[in-house]
Each structure stands twice: as structure tokens, then as C-alpha cells.
Design a protein around this ligand. Structure first.
Ligand SMILES: Cc1cc2nc3c(=O)[nH]c(=O)nc-3n(C[C@H](O)[C@H](O)[C@H](O)COP(=O)(O)O)c2cc1C
Length: 511
């Protein structure tokens, strides 16, 4: 680790930490004879909160025979996580940790004037669907919840109702649900709100609602306000509804969005967010319709219409419910790029400048959160990562964000909102005349030749790979600077160019 690496970037290799199963009540921590928390350290590494990982090393592993590794639940089944080496490496890294530019940062922000102690809320879904769940989330450190969508019509759920696409590590890459709305009555949900408001006066309760007609939208908003909600969120975006004029059918019609937003505003003085569907080509007209109806902000994105896969033995799409399936909502890290695009579109629209944006869709770690904020989100919501890893991810979201801000010298999170918006330009304005050549670092290169294969079959045949010495060599006359080679390199041995040229087909470059 070199001293100039910023602290939020340190310890880049996650491969060993990603073996960790993130156990409940980690047995490795229980086994530590020095009372340290290796389980917490691994979790921080897993969620790329390097400073948090260092902070959790409160033991000296040099002469320890690592009972934590012996206790690891993987021991005997697969190889246990190499905790001791990770601890030693982190201890070493901690010695050259660069100094923070500032000591204190302020994560507090607001939704349309309603104060949030930090930008993180649970998004409306099963993760925020009962009193007990919200209480535990608040106690864990979440600033608020958008409660599971409240409606006055009965729900009829399927079993099973989820399916997932996984990374090699078993973590969800994308997640599909065919779940509907809250299965509590409106009255039961109002009692939950009253209790939460009494016991957690500083926490933000967003009431997600869905009506069947204008009167229901108004009435539900009024009831939620009376019961203690801080903000109303109109669910114009659930893709799993059985009837028209509900859920994402609304979010696809400017007329319905405007009409039902206006009806909601009639029922309440609270700020109103319109939660929009990504199942449209362009969300801006939909956000404008919400604004015309009186909305104070936009929540985005809800889930994306999807089929995650087909069981190739039974020939039924997933999840299979008595031999059939339906199109359902896709969420989780796979949808983040789509969510970011919609957030950016809305935040860059001049007419929507005064609207709050509550961003969501694939937020798992603090870097995801930061990216949403940099593109214009003022608050952040999470479901799928919590379904997978639990409320405890809030620790690493907060610590990771704080470490980044300290290292950059940014004292208030509000100063980062929209910080990257200006970097998105239209297709005509992007610079197209410079070629940045890739540069190979032969000390890091392991000679696998994947850059060569990709350049040969997916690029411009600009890499030579001699099988005798297994070193890639750039052919500058052929390289177009697409950087596919850099993206497939597992060793980070290819960097962005030190040399660049103004486009000229006759220019030569050698590496
Ligand atoms: C199981 C499940 C249930 C959901 N239920 C609701 C809901 O009742 N109301 C709503 O507005 N959004 C609902 N959503 C959408 C989420 O609030 C969120 O918009 C979406 O999942 C994207 O965020 P994520 O990638 O962090 O999960 C649900 C999502 C999931 C996965």
C-alpha cells in the first residue's frame, strides 16, 4: 500500500473478504481471545468500508494461532476465510493511512425541509412493513423508512414470490419480486405509524400509498398525516398489480400521474413525493406531470419489468408458482446503472430543479450511495441489499461515506448533491478527437492473455501476445483507445494512458 492512495480506496483486493458468509452473530468474533471483532472487520471489507475495517482491528494477531479461522463456519467444508492474514495486512496498511483533511463531517440532510439525520432510508417494501421491523431499523441507525405501500384493497400474494440472478460469490446481482402491497389493513398501519411517531420522534416516516380513485388517494394521505407520517410517497410504479389504473400503469400516463398527485395534495399538507416507474422510455415528462399535480419531489426508481430466467428442467419461468410465472419487478445492483440514468435525467432538467429526488435502485455500499447523490439525489432508499444482508449494512454505508468526505475535505453531505451532474453531456458535445492509449504494467501483469483475446475478438487486433514470454504489446497504429483490455484485466495491470494523441489514422504509438 502506497501512502498516496486515498483512505477510501485502500485495500483494494476484496477476494478473500468476499469469501466471508457475513454470518449472524459471527463465530469468528466470539472465538477471538483478545475480544476483537473479526466478523465486523470482514463485513466492513466486504462493503468496501476500509477505514471501518481498520477501526475494528483491536487485537494483535502476530503471535495468535487464529482461533477465529478455526471457528469459521467454512472450516471443514471449504477453506476458512484467511482472517489472520487480512488482519495483519490491514494493520500494516493502517500504519501508512493518509491523514484526513477534516475531522468532522455532517451527514444530515432533508427531504423537502423534513430533517434527516443521514441520507439513508429503507425503501417501501417488505423491509419496512411492520412496527418491529421499523423499530429495529431505526435502532440500527437508518434515518427513516418509506413504509410498505398502504392501500385499502386486499392483497393476494403468491408463494414463492422471488427469484435472483447471482454473482459467482452467491451474492445477488439482480433480484425479481412479484410481491404486491401491505397486507395489513389501513387501520393497522395507522396504529403502527402512531406508535413509531411516539417512540421515534426524530425519525422520518414516509407513507407510501396507493389509491383506486381520487378520493382514496386523498383519504389515505389525510389518514397518514394524522397518524404521524412525515412525507407522503405516491406509489405510481408497482409493476405487480392486477388491475388497470394502479401501480405502474399510473406511472406510464402523464394524465393519471398529474390527476392522482393533485388528489393526494388535496388530502395533506405534508410534502408529496411521486414514486415513478423505470418502465418508460423517458421519465422526465412523468416527473413534470407530477410537478404540475403539485408534487414536491420524485422517488425513483421502482422495479423494472423482468423475467430473471427459466427453469430448464421444468420449462417454467421463475419464480414458478404452480407451474406458471408472471413478469415481475427487477431490483438490486444490476439496476443501478438504469436508476442512475433516470436520476441524472431528472436532476438535469431545468424545470425540475426545485424538486427533491429520493434515489434508489441497487444501492449496496457507500460508493453506490455517493454516486446517486453526485448525480442529484438528496436522499437515498434501499431494499434489496437489506433483504440480502440486513439492516446492519447501515454501519458501513455511514462510515464509508464519512471516510470519503473526510479524505476529500467535504464537511457537509449536502455539498455533494449534484456534484457530477455537469459531467453528463449530450452525444454531440462529447470530445471524440483524442485517443488515450492503454499502458501495460509488466510488474503486475500475470501473463494470462485475456487482454489479447478480448482485443482480437472484441476489439481492433491492437495487442500482440507472444506465447514465449506471455507479455502483451500494444500496436499503437491499430489501437483505437477503447480500453476493453483494461476492463478485462484481473490484475489492474493496464492503466489509462499516459500518452494521448489527437486522432490521426497515421499516428504510431509504442508502449
Ligand atoms: C420484495 C420487494 C417489495 C417491494 N414492494 C414495494 C412496495 O410495496 N412499494 C413500493 O413503492 N416499492 C416496492 N418495492 C420497490 C423498492 O422500494 C425499490 O424501489 C426497488 O426495489 C429498487 O431499490 P433496491 O434495488 O434497493 O431494491 C419493492 C421491492 C422489492 C424487492
Amino acid at each position: 500500500m502506497k501512502a498516496e492512495v486515498p483512505q477510501y480506496m485502500m485495500f483494494y483486493d476484496r477476494s478473500e473478504a468476499s469469501k466471508c458468509l457475513l454470518c449472524c452473530d459471527p463465530v469468528c468474533s466470539k472465538a477471538c481471545p483478545q475480544g476483537a471483532d473479526p466478523g465486523g472487520m470482514l463485513r466492513s471489507l466486504f462493503f468496501r468500508n476500509y477505514i471501518g475495517a481498520v477501526r475494528r482491528i483491536t487485537c494483535n494477531c502476530t503471535y495468535c494461532n487464529a482461533p477465529c479461522e478455526k471457528a469459521c463456519v467454512l472450516n471443514g467444508k471449504k477453506s476458512p476465510v484467511g482472517i489472520r492474514n487480512l488482519m495483519l495486512q490491514l494493520t500494516e496498511d493502517a500504519r501508512v493511512l493518509p491523514k484526513s483533511k477534516i475531522d468532522k463531517v455532517d451527514l444530515s440532510t432533508d427531504i423537502c425541509g423534513v430533517k434527516l439525520e443521514n441520507p439513508f432510508l429503507l425503501s417501501s417494501s417488505v423491509v419496512a412493513s411492520s412496527y418491529d421491523m421499523c423499530r429495529r431499523a431505526f435502532e440500527a441507525g437508518w434515518a427513516g423508512v418509506s413504509f410498505k405501500t398502504i392501500c385499502s384493497f386486499p392483497q393476494h400474494e403468491t408463494s414463492p414470490r422471488f427469484s435472483a440472478i447471482r454473482h459467482h460469490s452467491n451474492a445477488f446481482c439482480g433480484f425479481k419480486n412479484i410481491e404486491q402491497l401491505s397486507d395489513h389493513s389501513v387501520e393497522e398501519n395507522m396504529q403502527i405509524f402512531e406508535q413509531l411517531r411516539r417512540e421515534f420522534p426524530a425519525k422520518v416516516i414516509i407513507a407510501s400509498i396507493m389509491g383506486q380513485n381520487e378520493k382514496e388517494w386523498s383519504d389515505l394521505a389525510a389518514k397518514c398525516e394524522k397518524a404521524g407520517a412525515s412525507v407522503i410517497e405516491c406509489n405510481f410504479s408497482c409493476p405487480n398489480m392486477e388491475d388497470d389504473q394502479l401501480g405502474s400503469t399510473i406511472g406510464q400516463s402523464e394524465e393519471l400521474i398529474e390527476r392522482f398527485t393533485r388528489a393526494t395534495k388535496r388530502g395533506t399538507n405534508l410534502p408529496v413525493l411521486a414514486k415513478l416507474t423505470p418502465n418508460v422510455a423517458d421519465m422526465v415528462p412523468m416527473a413534470l406531470a407530477a410537478k404540475h399535480g403539485g408534487a414536491d419531489g420524485i422517488s425513483a426508481i421502482n422495479t423494472i419489468n423482468s423475467i430473471t430466467g427459466v427453469d430448464i428442467d421444468t420449462l417454467v419461468a421463475l419464480p414458478a408458482v404452480s407451474g406458471k410465472s408472471i413478469i415481475g419487478g427487477y431490483s438490486g445492483s444490476a439496476v443501478k446503472p438504469i436508476a442512475l440514468r433516470f436520476i441524472s435525467d431528472i436532476s438535469r432538467c431545468e424545470e425540475l430543479k426545485d424538486m427533491h429526488i429520493s434515489g434508489m435502485g441497487g444501492i449496496e455500499i457507500w460508493r453506490d450511495a455517493l454516486e446517486f447523490m453526485l448525480l442529484g439525489a438528496g436522499s437515498l432508499q434501499v431494499t434489496t441489499a437489506v433483504m440480502q444482508y440486513g439492516y446492519r449494512i447501515i454501519d458501513d454505508l455511514i462510515e464509508g461515506l464519512e471516510a470519503y468526505m473526510k479524505s476529500k475535505g467535504v464537511s457537509s453531505i449536502k455539498d455533494m448533491i449534484g456534484g457530477a451532474s455537469g459531467s453528463i453531456v449530450n452525444h454531440q458535445s462529447i470530445e471524440r478527437d483524442t485517443i488515450l492509449f492503454p499502458v501495460f504494467d509488466y510488474d503486475r501483469c500475470n501473463g494470462c492473455g485475456r487482454c489479447y483475446i478480448s482485443c482480437m475478438d472484441g476489439g481492433h487486433q491492437a495487442i500482440q501476445f507472444d506465447l514465449s514470454d506471455r507479455r502483451p504489446i500494444l500496436l499503437g497504429t491499430k489501437c483505437v483507445g477503447c480500453h476493453l483490455c483494461r476492463l478485462v484485466c484481473s490484475e489492474k495491470a493496464i492503466s489509462t494512458a499516459k500518452k494521448s494523441i489527437k486522432r490521426n489514422p497515421n499516428t504510431e504509438c509504442t508502449n
